[in-house]
Design a protein around this ligand. Structure first.
Ligand code: ADP
Ligand code: MG
Length: 272
């Protein structure tokens, strides 16, 4: 389904993403973890063509999406909707219109200017909001909602595109634990119920372990781990984040005991 091969992006003399390869053969929930600067965002941005790759391929059903131009490129971007840490909604616009903006690229400028949406699209937007449990927020300005609600609006906007893949760049990094859970549960539901692949950059190990079928660990632009959550041992986590003090900083809620050969059960408790 998705086959990333030797994907590389060079900024100046440094490779932000360095010969990254992985393949996903079903609509899995994939987590990408790693310290700040590891290349996670650059990887996602290349996937939906927001950033150009320096070399490599991203094959989707055998076709290299990096080679797509013009309308084909836009069609691909519609197929892999992106969700951001800061939600990227239009704050003063109502929630329903924000959701409808998910299909903005399909509409004429004039129709958009006057906020004229086909009835079927409006009904679809309301249906999606209802599914995500925020139907009653539809007429409110986006800025009036809590962070967790705003991220659900962003997910609704993504769903409006009916994407095959949802790319989420640290979707819960700005949320409190309760809202973070609601948003992750929502992404998981969409993954399981709709069969849409989710690829999420996550800043905490415990979230990756709890929600992902597959975890890819990045360090300095390279893949240093690719496996299931239960293969994500303390040693592996150290390898991804580094064993020094900056581990605690980048992994936020998680902490690694510093003794040599730490007891596995203890380490698991610390990591979960
Ligand atoms: N537009 C850019 N220009 C120059 N360097 C960049 C740019 N975007 C990212 N980088 C660099 O690429 C590396 C990876 O960044 P990023 O993909 O944002 O990592 P992450 O999302 O894991 O924190 C970092 O060293 C960052 O400074
Ligand atoms: Mg990032």
């Amino acid at each position: 389904m998705l086959d990333v091969r030797n994907l590389t992006r060079i900024f100046g003399t440094r490779a932000a993403v360095d010969h990254v390869s992985f393949a996903v053969d079903r609509p899995a929930f994939v987590g990408i973890i790693g310290r700040s600067g590891a290349g996670k965002s650059t990887l996602l941005r290349m996937m939906n063509r927001l950033t150009d790759a320096s070399s490599g391929q991203i094959l989707v059903d055998g076709q290299d999406v990096l080679a797509l131009r013009g309308a084909d490129r836009r069609q691909w971007q519609g197929n892999c909707a992106m969700i951001f840490q800061q939600f990227n909604l239009v704050p003063r616009m109502d929630v329903a219109s924000n959701v409808l903006h998910g299909i903005l690229s399909r509409r004429s400028t004039l129709a958009t200017m006057f906020n004229l949406w086909p009835r079927a699209d409006i009904l679809k937007a309301l249906e999606i909001l209802d599914r995500l449990g925020i139907a009653e927020q539809a007429p409110k300005r986006a800025e009036a909602l809590s962070g967790g609600q705003q991220q659900r609006v962003a997910i609704a906007r993504a769903l409006m595109q009916d994407p095959r893949i949802i790319l989420a760049d640290e979707p819960i990094a700005s949320l409190d634990p309760m809202n973070a859970q609601v948003v992750m549960d929502t992404l998981k539901r969409i993954n399981v119920e709709d069969g849409r692949m989710v690829i999420a950059n996550l800043h905490t190990l415990d979230t990756a372990r709890r929600y992902c079928d597959r975890v890819i660990g990045m360090r300095d632009g390279r893949v240093v781990f690719d496996g299931t959550p239960d293969q994500l041992s303390t040693g592996v986590a150290r390898d991804i984040y580094g064993a020094d003090a900056s581990f605690n900083e980048s992994a936020t809620s998680t902490a690694i005991p510093t003794e040599t050969a730490p007891d596995r059960a203890y380490a698991d408790r610390m990591l979960s």
